[in-house]
Design a protein around this ligand. Structure first.
Ligand SMILES: C[S@@+](CC[C@H](N)C(=O)[O-])C[C@H]1O[C@@H](n2cnc3c(N)ncnc32)[C@H](O)[C@@H]1O
Length: 355
């Protein structure tokens, strides 16, 4: 915007006023107008010049103020722009920091959650294990109690005359022996045959003696164990009711055409009227389904109401033997008892009709 020439206006006005004053003085001196009129003329002209100068000054002032205002507006706008850029940049930085912080917090939370989850899972697993251990402990205690109870019963009823061999590990467990003794006392079989001699030979002998009827033939494949059992039988005064027969394992071919080792058949050929068979041998280590031949071999020597008792049915091999017997002889009914090492009892139906 161009500046208003206030000084030029004042100079021109002043010179004009001086000129007008001189002209007016001349006119007054010539007497053409009165002094008062001349004075008035000069004053009026002077006032006009003053108004002109003042107007120029006001205009100049306005322009200056506008320029200052425009400059301040520009500066303000520049400051605002700078501030705006700064604020945007800061907000972007803050946003970026916020996102980074959020990511860090999320990662930390995920890690903590995952740790917590695996810790909870591990604790849960341990709790399950402890629960299973407690349950196993309870079941162990219950099983131990059952064995003690059966043992006390056996001792009280049979009253052995010498020390009994331990009823753990290889020996039949007290609950199985109690079942056998009870069966002998209540059913009074004419002949009891057992496959695998030992403590059971003594228990069966005492039961037969107490029943006052019948006898026991214990098949033993191992010559040493045959001697040991025979000696024990004699120590207990049971030689009249228990006969230990040493019958080495010899090949036998079953209905499935498979060859297995079983007690020499010459040891069983004279047996007749068997009412109870306790199958606790040969040992599993002698071959798969080592006890299977007992039923197909002995069945023709049995009484009508015969019971086969198979020990150790907690083992898959014995369960397979029991299943095979049931498939091949549907005239039998089976009880699966929760004995210490598992026990299946297969009894021939009195009517002989397949179930
Ligand atoms: C399961 S055991 C028979 C146990 C027998 N019925 C009893 O109640 O004591 C089967 C065969 O294992 C053999 N046997 C017995 N006691 C044994 C032992 N302590 N170590 C290795 N074999 C043994 C004998 O030959 C026995 O006929």
């Amino acid at each position: 915007m161009a500046a208003v020439p206030v000084r030029k206006v004042a100079l021109v006005g002043g010179v004009s006023a001086a000129a007008v004053t001189l002209v007016t003085l001349g006119i007054v001196l010539t007497g053409k107008i009165a002094v008062a009129q001349g004075l008035l003329l000069v004053i009026a002209f002077g006032l006009a010049v003053a108004v002109l100068v003042l107007g120029a000054m006001v205009l100049q002032l306005k322009r200056s103020m506008s320029a200052v205002a425009a400059r301040h507006t520009r500066e303000l706008s520049a400051v605002q722009q700078t501030l705006g850029i700064g604020i945007t940049a800061n907000s972007k930085t803050i946003h970026a920091h916020g996102a980074a912080l959020e990511a860090v917090i999320q990662a930390a939370a995920e890690k903590a959650t995952s740790r917590l989850e695996s810790s909870i899972a591990a604790t849960g697993k341990r709790l399950d294990e402890v629960g299973a251990e407690v349950a196993a402990g309870r079941s162990d205690t219950a099983q131990t109690y059952k064995q003690i109870e059966a043992l006390l019963d056996l001792r009280a009823v049979l009253q052995p005359r010498a020390l009994m061999p331990p009823l753990r590990d290889w020996a039949a467990s007290p609950d199985v022996l109690r079942w056998l003794a009870e069966s002998v006392l209540s059913r009074r079989p004419k002949l009891v045959v057992e496959c695998g001699s030992g403590a059971s030979s003594l228990v069966l002998g005492y039961a037969v003696q107490k029943a006052g009827y019948g006898r026991v033939v214990a098949l033993e494949h191992d010559a040493d164990y045959a001697k040991i059992t025979a000696q024990r039988v004699s120590d207990h005064g049971l030689q009249d009711v228990v006969e230990v027969r040493h019958a080495p394992l010899t090949p036998w071919t079953g209905p499935d055409e498979r060859e297995r080792n079983w007690y020499d058949l010459s040891a069983v050929k004279d047996l007749d009227g068997i009412g109870l068979v306790f199958v606790d041998g040969p040992p599993a280590r002698t071959g798969p389904m080592a006890r299977y031949p007992a039923l197909p071999v002995l069945l023709s020597h049995c009484a009508d109401e015969v019971a086969f008792v198979l020990d150790d049915t907690i083992r898959a091999d014995e369960v397979e033997v029991s299943d095979r017997w049931m498939q091949e002889h549907p005239e039998f009914v089976r009880q699966q008892l929760r004995a210490d090492k598992g026990m299946h009892v297969l009894t021939r139906r009195p009517d002989g009709i397949p179930g």
